[in-house]
Write a protein that binds this ligand. Sequence first.
Ligand code: ADP
Ligand code: MG
Length: 229
Amino acid sequence: MSEAGVLIDTVVLRARGVRRSFPQGTGRVEVLRGVDLAVSAGEVVTLSGPSGSGKSALFSVLCGFDEPDAGEVLILGEPMSPMVAWHVVSVLPQAMGLADELTLAENVALPLRLAPGEVAARLGDVDGRVTELLTTLQVDHLAERYPSEVSFGQQQRVALARALAIRPRLLLADEPTAHLDHEMVGAVLGLLHEAAGDGTCVLLSTHDDEVRAAADRRLRIVDGLVTEG
Ligand code: ADP
Ligand code: MG
């Protein structure tokens, strides 16, 4: 079996019994009530659910930004930790989080320059990788601009390029197509499937039926639990 073939059967992300509540008024509201899920290398999986259902809260726990009250998150079988996150996981937060003082090209290059040595060693030429991603997402002509000088949709594509730059084993993307028009949604889906073809495990949240239709598998968050469908 090819290396990619071996990767396909690998569960990259597993959550078991994840619970998270937040203060509300005088009490607390439990937003995640025992979430179980597993996503494998090579899969593009969507997570849907109404606004306020806990998609972003779950992503924060899955990527290690936030700790669950109970339950566990395993990445390649290991408990989530800053070290595991640094080596394996890329995140595209809903708020995108581009660095305002860096150009778009510098934003995409940043994770390549900060990557651990063994990750950087397999990635090769930084400038080549940055140009390749910006070109695929049709923002290469904006490389020297700053985030505040481009549209939301263009920022979103740069944030995706930045998240994919290190060829992560796991990509968690929170509504990555929210600001994009139809044509760009297609380009983003193409890039996500290409990454999955290289063995990346992709979990993205979305409200968009076109994105859901293009996924390998669809998950839904209902009443604090994740179900198929
Ligand atoms: P979604 O991404 O599905 O729209 P969120 O995960 O952003 O939903 O929010 C789910 C619920 O959890 C909301 O009621 C929100 O107010 C609450 N929530 C999420 N994160 C926090 C937080 N850090 N502090 C307090 N409440 C939060
Ligand atoms: Mg959200």
